[in-house]
Design a protein around this ligand. Sequence first.
Ligand code: HXC
Length: 262
Amino acid sequence: MDTQYILIDTRGDGPRRTGLITLNRPKQLNALNDGLMDELGAALKAFDADEAIGCIVITGSEKAFAAGADIGAMAQFNYMDAYKGDYITRNWEQIRGVRKPVIAAVAGFALGGGCELAMMCDILIAADSAKFGQPEIKLGVIPGAGGTQRLPRAVGKAKAMDLVLTARMMDAAEAERAGLVSRVVPADRLLDEALAAAEAINALSGPSVMMAKDCVNRAFESSLSDGVSYERRLFHALFATEDQKEGMDAFVNKRKPAFKHR
Ligand code: HXC
């Protein structure tokens, strides 16, 4: 796939590899324009369909994961440009359809759409240099790719209101305390740590990984009793897989499992 705004690579040498996507508009701090988001959506779709890929990592540069949607591109929009062109939703929602785990490896600024993109990922690993925020209010708009919905679910109403209404940034330590990020690592270890997490997931049974992700996401879409019953159905379903036999037999016989992803 020819790309202008992102770099696409694979990492790892096991039977299941990691798809690595690097946002690559460093001079614009990876501002997210339509071209970048189209490429990102296509790359995610291709990795999701690739049997040899177990997990996907999205990262940016040292200075910025992404400083938001491209303000220059939006500046002259009128209502009909935004609405009819389906700006944002057209290509931003692709990531929600990805069934394999997506890890965000965030260094530097993750602002506006950049913070929203990171929050759409399943695991968010932050460098100690990371800064998160939803500063759209300073531009006379509001978050438009889920920021007002995912941020309160992650950090609670009090902190979400603080960030969305004052536009202040939150550093990595505060983001970890608030529950926005999965873990914080030294900046020079960021990619290694994200790839190691991906490798650990790649070694597991693909069906159980996808169902685990599906179930955790269900927690945000359903009542507790509906979610628990959904989880139970999928738990039972996994007994139909070869990998369940393999995983449990390996434990009982004190050996390493060799999952077939079936
Ligand atoms: C377009 C951007 C940009 C953006 C930075 N740049 N953010 N271009 N869209 N979101 C460009 C700058 O214009 C500049 O280009 C270059 O990147 C470097 O940025 P500087 O401002 O010079 O760097 P610095 O002084 O270090 O400040 C970094 C910063 C600041 C604090 C991150 O750039 C900033 O406030 N950016 C905007 C953050 C923001 O408001 N994000 C929300 C966008 S709205 P030149 O050519 O001058 O070198 C949004 C809506 C989401 O995301 C809706 C759903 C998708």
